[in-house]
Design a protein around this ligand. Structure first.
Ligand SMILES: Cc1cc2nc3c(=O)[nH]c(=O)nc-3n(C[C@H](O)[C@H](O)[C@H](O)COP(=O)(O)OP(=O)(O)OC[C@H]3O[C@@H](n4cnc5c(N)ncnc54)[C@H](O)[C@@H]3O)c2cc1C
Ligand code: FES
Length: 255
């Protein structure tokens, strides 16, 4: 069950230019959260009514970690918070990834700010993991994935590190053959992952980080078209309530 409350900032620091890592003391949420779930953070500024959803990059015994890019007013304000200050929080939200209970060879694919939630996923996965990570510019968190034992493959659009190009081209060129795929990133990347997975008959779980408004299932601002296995027709499902994780084979990409 999700909780609304106040979390205390344990630390908040810039890890690469424009990207920050915040650790929050939030024991009740940390006790319940699973990889792929997210929290809503609320700004103290009354002009920013909507919560800002953030994925969990680490779930510790009594703390949560998020990694965020400064893109607008809300994230700019979060970056100005110091250790000991407090912030309104709600979570854990969404369904999260379904972890296999037996050892599998997992392929984990992330793009940009879709990468942080995959870190906690890799921490909890059993068996061999190949992590394909795509960045527009300078990579971040790659060493954290290596420390968790993953084989890491990096793609950058500007070629500053690893393969020059997108992460799906890198995947095609690497011939990885896993049992299951987990992915989080921009919609075009997730669509390519789902198509690649379909061609290779590998089940895929995709975390869809659509734009959200209420973040609580009330406004229909985040729907995606999904046809559940065995269902006669497609339906609109809410990313914030029914997701953000969906089976790739069930998502309809025609919009
Ligand atoms: C489930 C979920 C998990 C997320 N996890 C993370 C995370 O771990 N780290 C992180 O940095 N961001 C994450 N985001 C995106 C994050 O919520 C937005 O970047 C943030 O709300 C922007 O707030 P702002 O006030 O700074 O910017 P705003 O002033 O609200 O917007 C500034 C710019 O960012 C764009 N923007 C706003 N929201 C999104 C979005 N969801 N996707 C793409 N562009 C957006 C706006 O269109 C605008 O151009 C997540 C979003 C969702 C829905
Ligand atoms: S954001 Fe309002 S229903 Fe999902």
């Amino acid at each position: 069950m999700s909780t609304y409350g106040i979390a205390t900032i344990c630390n908040n620091m810039e890890i690469v230019s424009g990207i920050w890592q915040m650790e929050l003391y939030a024991p009740r949420i940390a006790a319940e959260a699973i990889p792929g779930q997210f929290i809503n953070l609320y700004s103290d500024d009354n002009t920013l009514l909507l919560p800002r959803p953030m994925s969990l990059s680490a779930i510790l015994s009594d703390r949560l970690q998020i990694i965020y890019r400064i893109v607008g007013k809300g994230t700019k304000q979060f970056s100005a918070l110091h250790r000991g200050e407090q912030i309104k929080i709600m979570g854990p939200l969404g369904n999260g990834f379904m972890l296999p209970d037996v050892q599998k060879h997992s392929i984990v694919i992330g793009g940009g700010l879709g990468i942080p939630p995959l870190l906690e996923l890799v921490r909890q996965l059993k068996g061999k993991t190949d992590a394909f990570l795509g960045f527009s510019q300078k990579p971040f968190l790659t060493e954290n994935f290596e420390q968790l034992g993953a084989s890491v493959y990096v793609a950058t659009q500007d070629g500053c590190n690893g393969y020059r190009g997108n992460v799906m081209e890198l995947l095609e060129n690497t011939a990885s053959d896993g049992d299951i795929i987990f992915a989080c990133g921009p919609r075009p990347m997730l669509r390519s992952v789902s198509e690649w997975a379909g061609r290779h008959s590998i089940p895929s779980q995709l975390s869809m980080e659509e734009r959200m408004a209420c973040g609580l299932g009330a406004c229909l601002g985040c729907v995606v078209k999904v046809q559940r296995k065995g269902a006669d027709d497609w339906e609109y499902l809410k990313v914030c309530k029914d997701g953000p994780v969906f089976w790739g084979a069930e998502v309809i990409w025609d919009e």
